[in-house]
Design a protein around this ligand. Structure first.
Ligand SMILES: *[C@@H]1O[C@H](CO)[C@@H](O)[C@H](O)[C@H]1NC(C)=O
Length: 212
């Protein structure tokens, strides 16, 4: 009986590892060939003989992003062709005072965020039915994890600008921004569906939809 549980436990662990990140590469690297017309899971590999150091290199994450927008934040990804098939990526995020990265999820990646400057309030919400908010105030040097798929957010709560770096466990984490997806889809989700979902009248739904 104990052995059976151990086996089930091992199976569960093995399966969750297999599903929690991009598929493992079957070669040293597969630098993306942006010119290929072939569609595969990831991008087609450049001829390994033609691969250069610059295929694994990006310069510029020291440059602040432009936060002059409605959210007061900017995400700058390090664009690196050599990340193709490696299951990892990195972004810089800049926040103006009171700037927000609004509630969103990454369908294909967990995220580990490090604060380089300033102070952030961060949080994520667990799945139904608990929907527990796990949140914390972070300062320079603090690190926080957003588990794959869960809705999370960041807000600059300091007086100056804030900067963070996030590593993500996919070359292509994907982003679903909740407000935009729910209220700004094309075509829109029927107002009566959203009115029921949010327990408000359709006029309020229409007003929110106008913002997107
Ligand atoms: C930042 O973005 C705003 C709005 O798009 C633009 O007006 C401004 O010129 C940009 N600033 C810089 C330094 O690029």
């Amino acid at each position: 009986m104990a052995a059976k549980f151990l086996l089930l436990g091992l199976l569960a662990v093995t399966c969750s590892i297999a599903l929690a990140s991009d598929p493992s590469p079957l070669q040293d690297f597969c630098v993306a060939d942006p010119n290929s017309k072939v569609i595969v899971n990831g991008l087609v590999c450049k001829d390994p003989k033609l691969v250069q150091a610059n295929d694994f290199f990006f310069s510029g994450l020291n440059i602040p992003g432009n936060t002059s927008n409605q959210l007061g934040s900017q995400v700058t990804p390090a664009m690196i062709a050599g990340l193709n098939t490696l299951g990892i990526s990195v972004v810089r995020i800049d926040y103006a005072p009171m700037g927000v990265i609004p509630p969103h999820t990454h369908p294909r990646a967990s995220e580990i965020l490090t604060v380089l400057e300033g102070s952030l309030e961060v949080g994520f919400v667990t799945s139904n039915p608990g929907n527990r908010l796990i949140s914390k105030v972070l300062h320079k040097g603090d690190v926080f994890v957003f588990p794959i798929g869960l809705i999370h957010f960041q807000r600059n709560i300091g007086h100056g600008n804030a900067v963070s770096i996030s590593a993500l466990s996919s070359q292509n984490p994907g982003v679903i921004t909740i407000a935009n997806a729910v209220f700004g889809s094309t075509p829109p989700i029927s107002a009566d569906i959203l009115a029921k979902a949010f327990q408000v009248d359709k006029g309020i739904v229409a007003r929110i939809e106008l913002q997107f």
